[in-house]
Design a protein around this ligand. Sequence first.
Ligand code: GLC
Length: 459
Amino acid sequence: MTVFKRLAFVALSGILALNASAQEVGTDVHGRSSTYEWPTDAKVLEKLDQWRDLKFGVIFHWGLYSVPGIVESWSICSEDVDWIGRRWDMPYDEYKKWYWGLKDEFNPTEFDPGKWAEIMQDGGMKYMVFTTKHHDGFCMYDSKYTDFSIANHAFKNHPKRDVARWVFDAFRQKGMWVGCYFSKPDWHSEWFWHPHYATPNRKPNYNLERHPEWWLSFKEFTKKQLAELTTDYGSLDILWLDGGWVKGDDVDLDDVLRGARQRHPGLICVDRAVPGKNENYQTPERGIPDVQLDNPWESCITLSNDWGWVPNAPYKPAQKVLNTLIEVTAKGGALLLGVGPTAQGTIEEPVVERLQTIGNWLKVNGKAIYGTRNAKVYHDGNVWFTADKDGKTLYAIYALPEGESLPAEIQWKGNAPKGKVRLLCNGKSLKTKTKKGVTTVKLPNGLPQEALVLEFQVK
Ligand code: GLC
Protein backbone atom coordinates (compact mmCIF):
# COMPACT_ATOMS: atom_id res chain seq x y z
CA MET A 1 0.00 0.00 0.00
CA THR A 2 1.35 3.47 -0.82
CA VAL A 3 1.79 5.97 1.99
CA PHE A 4 -1.08 8.02 0.63
CA LYS A 5 -3.41 5.05 0.50
CA ARG A 6 -2.42 4.05 4.00
CA LEU A 7 -3.26 7.52 5.31
CA ALA A 8 -6.55 7.51 3.47
CA PHE A 9 -7.37 4.16 5.03
CA VAL A 10 -6.63 5.36 8.52
CA ALA A 11 -8.80 8.46 8.08
CA LEU A 12 -11.57 6.46 6.54
CA SER A 13 -11.35 3.71 9.10
CA GLY A 14 -11.94 6.23 11.85
CA ILE A 15 -15.28 7.12 10.30
CA LEU A 16 -16.25 3.53 9.71
CA ALA A 17 -15.13 2.46 13.15
CA LEU A 18 -17.56 4.92 14.66
CA ASN A 19 -20.33 3.28 12.75
CA ALA A 20 -19.10 -0.19 13.53
CA SER A 21 -19.06 0.56 17.24
CA ALA A 22 -22.72 1.31 17.10
CA GLN A 23 -23.21 -2.44 16.89
CA GLU A 24 -22.71 -2.54 20.63
CA VAL A 25 -26.13 -0.99 21.03
CA GLY A 26 -27.59 -2.44 17.85
CA THR A 27 -30.36 -4.97 18.12
CA ASP A 28 -29.40 -7.11 15.19
CA VAL A 29 -27.45 -9.66 17.16
CA HIS A 30 -28.11 -13.23 18.10
CA GLY A 31 -29.94 -13.79 21.30
CA ARG A 32 -29.99 -17.18 22.93
CA SER A 33 -32.11 -19.78 21.17
CA SER A 34 -35.37 -20.33 22.99
CA THR A 35 -34.99 -24.10 23.22
CA TYR A 36 -32.15 -26.54 23.74
CA GLU A 37 -32.01 -30.11 22.53
CA TRP A 38 -29.50 -32.43 24.18
CA PRO A 39 -27.51 -34.41 21.63
CA THR A 40 -28.00 -38.19 21.62
CA ASP A 41 -24.50 -39.21 20.45
CA ALA A 42 -22.70 -40.40 23.60
CA LYS A 43 -19.34 -39.14 22.31
CA VAL A 44 -20.75 -35.66 21.73
CA LEU A 45 -22.21 -35.65 25.23
CA GLU A 46 -18.86 -36.68 26.67
CA LYS A 47 -17.03 -34.01 24.70
CA LEU A 48 -19.56 -31.37 25.76
CA ASP A 49 -18.94 -32.28 29.37
CA GLN A 50 -15.20 -31.83 28.83
CA TRP A 51 -15.84 -28.54 27.06
CA ARG A 52 -17.77 -27.36 30.10
CA ASP A 53 -14.52 -27.54 32.06
CA LEU A 54 -12.75 -25.01 29.83
CA LYS A 55 -14.82 -21.88 30.55
CA PHE A 56 -12.69 -19.35 28.70
CA GLY A 57 -11.81 -19.14 25.03
CA VAL A 58 -10.98 -16.69 22.27
CA ILE A 59 -12.70 -16.09 18.94
CA PHE A 60 -10.55 -14.45 16.28
CA HIS A 61 -12.17 -12.51 13.46
CA TRP A 62 -9.55 -12.05 10.82
CA GLY A 63 -10.29 -11.29 7.19
CA LEU A 64 -10.44 -8.63 4.48
CA TYR A 65 -12.23 -6.28 6.85
CA SER A 66 -9.12 -6.23 9.05
CA VAL A 67 -7.23 -4.33 6.33
CA PRO A 68 -9.16 -1.02 6.57
CA GLY A 69 -10.33 -1.89 10.10
CA ILE A 70 -14.09 -1.91 9.56
CA VAL A 71 -17.06 -3.97 10.69
CA GLU A 72 -16.58 -7.62 9.69
CA SER A 73 -18.06 -8.40 6.23
CA TRP A 74 -21.33 -6.58 6.83
CA SER A 75 -20.51 -3.39 4.93
CA ILE A 76 -21.04 -5.17 1.60
CA CYS A 77 -24.54 -6.19 2.67
CA SER A 78 -27.06 -3.58 1.63
CA GLU A 79 -29.05 -3.42 4.87
CA ASP A 80 -29.56 0.14 6.09
CA VAL A 81 -28.95 -0.17 9.83
CA ASP A 82 -26.87 1.90 12.20
CA TRP A 83 -24.21 -0.71 13.01
CA ILE A 84 -23.17 -1.28 9.39
CA GLY A 85 -20.74 1.43 8.35
CA ARG A 86 -20.14 2.21 4.70
CA ARG A 87 -17.93 4.59 2.76
CA TRP A 88 -20.03 7.51 1.58
CA ASP A 89 -17.64 8.47 -1.18
CA MET A 90 -18.61 5.49 -3.35
CA PRO A 91 -21.88 4.11 -4.65
CA TYR A 92 -22.72 0.57 -3.57
CA ASP A 93 -21.40 -1.29 -6.65
CA GLU A 94 -18.12 0.55 -6.55
CA TYR A 95 -17.91 -0.04 -2.83
CA LYS A 96 -18.27 -3.79 -3.27
CA LYS A 97 -15.55 -3.78 -5.92
CA TRP A 98 -13.27 -1.89 -3.55
CA TYR A 99 -14.04 -4.35 -0.79
CA TRP A 100 -13.37 -7.44 -2.91
CA GLY A 101 -10.13 -5.79 -4.01
CA LEU A 102 -8.84 -5.76 -0.45
CA LYS A 103 -7.57 -9.27 -1.22
CA ASP A 104 -4.68 -7.60 -3.03
CA GLU A 105 -3.79 -5.56 0.06
CA PHE A 106 -4.05 -8.25 2.71
CA ASN A 107 -0.46 -9.29 3.29
CA PRO A 108 0.03 -10.11 6.97
CA THR A 109 3.79 -10.55 6.93
CA GLU A 110 4.01 -10.42 10.73
CA PHE A 111 1.61 -13.35 11.16
CA ASP A 112 2.96 -15.44 14.04
CA PRO A 113 0.32 -17.89 15.25
CA GLY A 114 2.68 -19.31 17.89
CA LYS A 115 2.70 -15.87 19.48
CA TRP A 116 -1.11 -15.67 19.31
CA ALA A 117 -1.39 -19.00 21.09
CA GLU A 118 1.12 -17.96 23.72
CA ILE A 119 -0.73 -14.70 24.47
CA MET A 120 -4.09 -16.48 24.74
CA GLN A 121 -2.73 -19.27 26.89
CA ASP A 122 -1.07 -16.76 29.22
CA GLY A 123 -4.47 -15.08 29.42
CA GLY A 124 -5.90 -18.30 30.86
CA MET A 125 -7.80 -19.30 27.74
CA LYS A 126 -8.35 -22.97 27.03
CA TYR A 127 -9.86 -22.94 23.56
CA MET A 128 -9.86 -21.00 20.34
CA VAL A 129 -12.29 -20.40 17.48
CA PHE A 130 -10.97 -19.03 14.18
CA THR A 131 -12.85 -17.51 11.22
CA THR A 132 -11.97 -19.84 8.34
CA LYS A 133 -14.61 -18.04 6.26
CA HIS A 134 -16.81 -15.11 7.24
CA HIS A 135 -19.96 -13.94 5.43
CA ASP A 136 -17.90 -12.14 2.75
CA GLY A 137 -16.72 -15.56 1.54
CA PHE A 138 -13.01 -14.78 1.77
CA CYS A 139 -11.36 -17.98 2.93
CA MET A 140 -8.62 -17.75 5.50
CA TYR A 141 -7.39 -21.14 4.34
CA ASP A 142 -6.30 -22.64 1.03
CA SER A 143 -9.65 -23.93 -0.22
CA LYS A 144 -9.64 -26.20 -3.25
CA TYR A 145 -13.05 -24.87 -4.21
CA THR A 146 -12.44 -21.15 -4.64
CA ASP A 147 -9.57 -18.84 -5.50
CA PHE A 148 -11.00 -16.19 -3.21
CA SER A 149 -8.69 -16.92 -0.32
CA ILE A 150 -5.72 -15.58 1.58
CA ALA A 151 -3.58 -18.26 -0.08
CA ASN A 152 -4.04 -16.85 -3.59
CA HIS A 153 -3.46 -13.15 -3.43
CA ALA A 154 -1.06 -10.72 -1.75
CA PHE A 155 0.01 -13.39 0.77
CA LYS A 156 0.34 -16.22 -1.75
CA ASN A 157 4.11 -16.62 -1.64
CA HIS A 158 4.31 -16.76 2.13
CA PRO A 159 5.09 -20.16 3.68
CA LYS A 160 2.14 -19.71 6.07
CA ARG A 161 -0.37 -18.79 3.34
CA ASP A 162 -2.67 -21.64 4.40
CA VAL A 163 -3.42 -19.50 7.44
CA ALA A 164 -6.03 -21.56 9.30
CA ARG A 165 -3.76 -24.61 9.23
CA TRP A 166 -1.06 -22.67 11.08
CA VAL A 167 -3.48 -21.15 13.56
CA PHE A 168 -5.01 -24.53 14.36
CA ASP A 169 -1.58 -26.17 14.73
CA ALA A 170 -0.24 -23.45 16.99
CA PHE A 171 -3.13 -23.77 19.43
CA ARG A 172 -3.08 -27.55 19.36
CA GLN A 173 0.59 -27.46 20.22
CA LYS A 174 -0.30 -25.58 23.39
CA GLY A 175 -2.88 -28.19 24.28
CA MET A 176 -5.76 -25.85 23.61
CA TRP A 177 -8.98 -26.87 21.90
CA VAL A 178 -9.52 -25.87 18.32
CA GLY A 179 -12.75 -24.48 16.91
CA CYS A 180 -13.48 -23.79 13.28
CA TYR A 181 -15.75 -20.79 12.64
CA PHE A 182 -17.43 -21.07 9.24
CA SER A 183 -20.17 -18.86 7.82
CA LYS A 184 -22.85 -20.80 5.98
CA PRO A 185 -23.86 -17.68 4.02
CA ASP A 186 -21.23 -16.73 1.43
CA TRP A 187 -21.74 -13.37 -0.25
CA HIS A 188 -18.96 -13.98 -2.73
CA SER A 189 -20.42 -17.16 -4.12
CA GLU A 190 -22.45 -16.63 -7.29
CA TRP A 191 -24.79 -19.38 -6.07
CA PHE A 192 -25.64 -17.29 -3.02
CA TRP A 193 -25.61 -13.77 -4.41
CA HIS A 194 -26.22 -14.43 -8.06
CA PRO A 195 -24.63 -11.81 -10.36
CA HIS A 196 -27.86 -11.41 -12.32
CA TYR A 197 -29.70 -9.91 -9.38
CA ALA A 198 -29.21 -7.10 -6.93
CA THR A 199 -28.08 -7.90 -3.39
CA PRO A 200 -30.58 -6.14 -1.13
CA ASN A 201 -29.94 -8.07 2.05
CA ARG A 202 -28.06 -10.91 3.75
CA LYS A 203 -30.12 -13.67 2.12
CA PRO A 204 -29.71 -15.50 -1.20
CA ASN A 205 -30.74 -12.90 -3.79
CA TYR A 206 -32.91 -15.12 -5.99
CA ASN A 207 -36.02 -17.18 -5.68
CA LEU A 208 -34.88 -20.63 -4.58
CA GLU A 209 -38.01 -22.23 -5.97
CA ARG A 210 -37.38 -20.81 -9.42
CA HIS A 211 -33.69 -21.68 -9.36
CA PRO A 212 -33.30 -24.85 -7.32
CA GLU A 213 -30.21 -25.78 -9.34
CA TRP A 214 -28.41 -22.64 -8.18
CA TRP A 215 -29.07 -23.51 -4.57
CA LEU A 216 -28.00 -27.07 -5.20
CA SER A 217 -24.68 -25.75 -6.48
CA PHE A 218 -24.34 -23.63 -3.37
CA LYS A 219 -25.11 -26.58 -1.16
CA GLU A 220 -22.52 -28.74 -2.91
CA PHE A 221 -19.91 -26.00 -2.64
CA THR A 222 -20.59 -25.53 1.08
CA LYS A 223 -20.49 -29.25 1.77
CA LYS A 224 -17.20 -29.62 -0.05
CA GLN A 225 -15.66 -26.77 1.92
CA LEU A 226 -16.85 -28.21 5.20
CA ALA A 227 -15.55 -31.60 4.18
CA GLU A 228 -12.10 -30.22 3.36
CA LEU A 229 -11.93 -28.27 6.62
CA THR A 230 -12.88 -31.34 8.61
CA THR A 231 -10.58 -33.66 6.63
CA ASP A 232 -7.38 -31.82 5.79
CA TYR A 233 -6.86 -29.58 8.80
CA GLY A 234 -6.07 -31.93 11.65
CA SER A 235 -8.12 -32.64 14.73
CA LEU A 236 -11.02 -30.32 15.47
CA ASP A 237 -13.05 -29.95 18.63
CA ILE A 238 -15.74 -27.47 17.68
CA LEU A 239 -17.44 -26.60 14.41
CA TRP A 240 -18.88 -23.13 15.02
CA LEU A 241 -21.34 -22.32 12.24
CA ASP A 242 -22.51 -18.75 11.91
CA GLY A 243 -25.20 -17.08 9.83
CA GLY A 244 -28.33 -18.60 11.29
CA TRP A 245 -30.52 -17.26 8.49
CA VAL A 246 -29.15 -20.20 6.53
CA LYS A 247 -30.01 -23.26 8.58
CA GLY A 248 -27.83 -26.33 8.82
CA ASP A 249 -30.59 -28.32 7.15
CA ASP A 250 -30.42 -25.98 4.14
CA VAL A 251 -26.90 -27.25 3.46
CA ASP A 252 -27.35 -30.90 4.59
CA LEU A 253 -25.49 -30.41 7.83
CA ASP A 254 -26.46 -33.89 9.06
CA ASP A 255 -24.51 -35.41 6.15
CA VAL A 256 -21.53 -33.20 6.82
CA LEU A 257 -21.51 -34.15 10.48
CA ARG A 258 -21.85 -37.86 9.83
CA GLY A 259 -18.55 -37.77 7.96
CA ALA A 260 -16.88 -35.23 10.22
CA ARG A 261 -17.66 -37.18 13.38
CA GLN A 262 -16.05 -40.29 11.95
CA ARG A 263 -12.85 -38.30 11.71
CA HIS A 264 -13.40 -36.30 14.91
CA PRO A 265 -15.44 -38.42 17.33
CA GLY A 266 -17.68 -36.29 19.49
CA LEU A 267 -17.08 -33.11 17.44
CA ILE A 268 -19.19 -30.36 18.99
CA CYS A 269 -21.33 -28.63 16.40
CA VAL A 270 -22.72 -25.19 17.04
CA ASP A 271 -25.28 -24.41 14.37
CA ARG A 272 -25.78 -21.20 16.21
CA ALA A 273 -29.18 -19.60 16.58
CA VAL A 274 -30.73 -22.63 14.88
CA PRO A 275 -32.37 -24.44 17.79
CA GLY A 276 -32.26 -28.22 17.46
CA LYS A 277 -29.98 -31.20 17.47
CA ASN A 278 -27.05 -29.45 15.81
CA GLU A 279 -26.85 -26.53 18.17
CA ASN A 280 -24.87 -28.46 20.76
CA TYR A 281 -24.46 -25.37 22.86
CA GLN A 282 -26.25 -22.05 22.78
CA THR A 283 -24.43 -18.84 21.91
CA PRO A 284 -25.97 -15.67 23.31
CA GLU A 285 -24.07 -12.80 21.73
CA ARG A 286 -22.73 -9.67 23.45
CA GLY A 287 -24.65 -10.44 26.60
CA ILE A 288 -25.16 -12.84 29.50
CA PRO A 289 -28.40 -14.72 30.16
CA ASP A 290 -30.40 -13.33 33.11
CA VAL A 291 -30.37 -16.56 35.05
CA GLN A 292 -28.31 -19.70 35.58
CA LEU A 293 -28.88 -22.39 32.94
CA ASP A 294 -28.33 -26.12 33.07
CA ASN A 295 -27.79 -26.67 29.37
CA PRO A 296 -24.42 -25.89 27.78
CA TRP A 297 -24.01 -22.32 26.57
CA GLU A 298 -21.36 -19.76 25.70
CA SER A 299 -21.53 -15.96 25.61
CA CYS A 300 -19.48 -14.51 22.78
CA ILE A 301 -18.48 -10.99 23.70
CA THR A 302 -16.03 -8.61 22.03
CA LEU A 303 -13.01 -7.30 23.91
CA SER A 304 -13.45 -3.97 22.12
CA ASN A 305 -16.73 -3.04 20.42
CA ASP A 306 -16.04 -4.91 17.22
CA TRP A 307 -15.22 -8.48 16.31
CA GLY A 308 -12.43 -7.59 13.94
CA TRP A 309 -9.58 -5.15 14.40
CA VAL A 310 -10.48 -1.45 14.16
CA PRO A 311 -8.16 1.50 14.77
CA ASN A 312 -8.16 2.96 18.29
CA ALA A 313 -10.47 0.27 19.62
CA PRO A 314 -11.99 1.05 23.02
CA TYR A 315 -10.86 -2.14 24.75
CA LYS A 316 -12.76 -3.09 27.87
CA PRO A 317 -10.77 -3.08 31.11
CA ALA A 318 -9.48 -6.45 32.35
CA GLN A 319 -11.61 -6.12 35.47
CA LYS A 320 -14.78 -5.88 33.41
CA VAL A 321 -13.86 -8.98 31.41
CA LEU A 322 -12.99 -10.86 34.57
CA ASN A 323 -16.29 -9.95 36.21
CA THR A 324 -18.03 -11.15 33.07
CA LEU A 325 -16.14 -14.44 33.20
CA ILE A 326 -17.10 -14.87 36.85
CA GLU A 327 -20.79 -14.21 36.23
CA VAL A 328 -20.86 -16.40 33.12
CA THR A 329 -19.21 -19.26 35.00
CA ALA A 330 -21.59 -19.02 37.96
CA LYS A 331 -24.51 -19.12 35.52
CA GLY A 332 -23.13 -22.30 33.97
CA GLY A 333 -21.67 -20.94 30.74
CA ALA A 334 -18.37 -20.20 29.03
CA LEU A 335 -16.95 -16.91 27.82
CA LEU A 336 -15.70 -16.66 24.25
CA LEU A 337 -13.85 -13.37 24.02
CA GLY A 338 -13.63 -11.67 20.62
CA VAL A 339 -10.19 -10.46 19.54
CA GLY A 340 -9.27 -9.04 16.14
CA PRO A 341 -5.69 -9.45 14.93
CA THR A 342 -4.33 -6.55 12.87
CA ALA A 343 -3.91 -6.65 9.09
CA GLN A 344 -0.21 -7.24 9.66
CA GLY A 345 -0.99 -10.32 11.73
CA THR A 346 -0.23 -9.05 15.21
CA ILE A 347 -2.21 -8.88 18.43
CA GLU A 348 -2.29 -5.32 19.75
CA GLU A 349 -0.49 -4.46 22.96
CA PRO A 350 -3.61 -3.37 24.93
CA VAL A 351 -5.05 -6.83 24.26
CA VAL A 352 -1.90 -8.49 25.57
CA GLU A 353 -1.93 -6.31 28.69
CA ARG A 354 -5.54 -7.13 29.52
CA LEU A 355 -5.03 -10.81 28.98
CA GLN A 356 -1.99 -10.80 31.20
CA THR A 357 -3.99 -9.32 34.06
CA ILE A 358 -6.78 -11.84 33.57
CA GLY A 359 -4.30 -14.72 33.23
CA ASN A 360 -2.45 -13.73 36.39
CA TRP A 361 -5.68 -13.73 38.34
CA LEU A 362 -6.64 -17.12 36.92
CA LYS A 363 -3.25 -18.60 37.82
CA VAL A 364 -4.09 -17.98 41.46
CA ASN A 365 -7.87 -18.34 41.40
CA GLY A 366 -8.54 -20.63 38.45
CA LYS A 367 -9.69 -23.43 40.75
CA ALA A 368 -12.93 -21.49 41.26
CA ILE A 369 -13.51 -21.22 37.50
CA TYR A 370 -12.14 -24.14 35.45
CA GLY A 371 -13.82 -27.50 35.82
CA THR A 372 -16.53 -26.14 38.10
CA ARG A 373 -20.24 -26.81 37.87
CA ASN A 374 -23.37 -24.95 38.91
CA ALA A 375 -24.04 -24.23 42.54
CA LYS A 376 -27.77 -24.25 43.26
CA VAL A 377 -27.62 -20.90 44.98
CA TYR A 378 -25.34 -19.14 42.54
CA HIS A 379 -25.57 -15.49 43.30
CA ASP A 380 -26.07 -12.87 45.97
CA GLY A 381 -25.20 -9.28 45.03
CA ASN A 382 -21.57 -9.15 43.94
CA VAL A 383 -20.91 -12.65 45.25
CA TRP A 384 -21.09 -15.46 42.69
CA PHE A 385 -20.86 -19.16 43.54
CA THR A 386 -19.36 -22.08 41.68
CA ALA A 387 -19.01 -25.68 42.83
CA ASP A 388 -16.56 -28.53 42.44
CA LYS A 389 -17.98 -31.41 40.44
CA ASP A 390 -18.83 -33.41 43.57
CA GLY A 391 -20.77 -30.42 44.93
CA LYS A 392 -18.92 -30.54 48.27
CA THR A 393 -16.56 -27.62 47.84
CA LEU A 394 -18.01 -24.25 46.96
CA TYR A 395 -16.32 -21.06 45.84
CA ALA A 396 -17.71 -17.65 46.70
CA ILE A 397 -16.27 -15.22 44.19
CA TYR A 398 -16.55 -11.56 45.04
CA ALA A 399 -16.61 -9.71 41.70
CA LEU A 400 -15.13 -6.37 42.65
CA PRO A 401 -17.11 -3.68 40.81
CA GLU A 402 -15.02 -1.33 38.70
CA GLY A 403 -13.91 1.76 40.59
CA GLU A 404 -14.63 0.24 44.03
CA SER A 405 -12.33 -1.11 46.75
CA LEU A 406 -12.83 -4.36 48.62
CA PRO A 407 -15.29 -4.03 51.52
CA ALA A 408 -14.35 -4.82 55.12
CA GLU A 409 -16.67 -7.82 55.10
CA ILE A 410 -18.57 -9.90 52.60
CA GLN A 411 -22.06 -11.23 53.19
CA TRP A 412 -24.31 -13.70 51.46
CA LYS A 413 -27.50 -15.61 51.98
CA GLY A 414 -27.63 -19.39 51.57
CA ASN A 415 -24.63 -21.69 50.93
CA ALA A 416 -23.77 -21.74 54.64
CA PRO A 417 -20.18 -22.98 55.07
CA LYS A 418 -19.43 -26.12 57.08
CA GLY A 419 -16.09 -25.50 58.76
CA LYS A 420 -13.45 -23.05 57.67
CA VAL A 421 -13.65 -20.42 54.95
CA ARG A 422 -10.28 -19.96 53.27
CA LEU A 423 -8.96 -17.30 50.94
CA LEU A 424 -7.85 -19.03 47.78
CA CYS A 425 -5.07 -16.51 47.09
CA ASN A 426 -3.14 -17.23 50.30
CA GLY A 427 -4.82 -20.20 51.98
CA LYS A 428 -5.61 -18.20 55.14
CA SER A 429 -8.80 -18.92 57.10
CA LEU A 430 -11.12 -16.00 57.69
CA LYS A 431 -13.36 -15.06 60.58
CA THR A 432 -16.81 -16.24 59.60
CA LYS A 433 -20.25 -16.41 61.18
CA THR A 434 -23.57 -17.60 59.89
CA LYS A 435 -26.76 -16.27 61.43
CA LYS A 436 -30.29 -16.90 60.16
CA GLY A 437 -28.85 -18.23 56.89
CA VAL A 438 -26.69 -15.16 56.31
CA THR A 439 -22.92 -15.67 56.28
CA THR A 440 -20.58 -12.81 57.08
CA VAL A 441 -16.86 -13.06 56.37
CA LYS A 442 -14.36 -10.48 57.62
CA LEU A 443 -11.67 -9.57 55.13
CA PRO A 444 -8.13 -8.80 56.27
CA ASN A 445 -6.45 -5.57 55.24
CA GLY A 446 -3.87 -5.38 52.49
CA LEU A 447 -5.50 -7.71 49.98
CA PRO A 448 -4.95 -6.94 46.29
CA GLN A 449 -7.80 -4.83 44.94
CA GLU A 450 -9.23 -7.46 42.64
CA ALA A 451 -11.87 -10.16 42.54
CA LEU A 452 -11.58 -12.42 45.56
CA VAL A 453 -12.24 -16.13 45.97
CA LEU A 454 -13.28 -17.85 49.20
CA GLU A 455 -13.27 -21.63 49.37
CA PHE A 456 -15.36 -23.71 51.76
CA GLN A 457 -17.19 -27.00 52.21
CA VAL A 458 -20.93 -27.33 52.33
CA LYS A 459 -21.23 -31.07 52.96
C1 GLC B 1 -22.69 -11.86 14.69
C2 GLC B 1 -22.17 -11.04 13.57
C3 GLC B 1 -21.08 -11.78 12.86
C4 GLC B 1 -20.03 -12.26 13.83
C5 GLC B 1 -20.66 -13.06 14.93
C6 GLC B 1 -19.68 -13.46 15.99
O1 GLC B 1 -23.42 -12.93 14.23
O2 GLC B 1 -23.18 -10.73 12.67
O3 GLC B 1 -20.52 -10.97 11.91
O4 GLC B 1 -19.12 -13.04 13.17
O5 GLC B 1 -21.67 -12.32 15.52
O6 GLC B 1 -20.30 -13.98 17.09
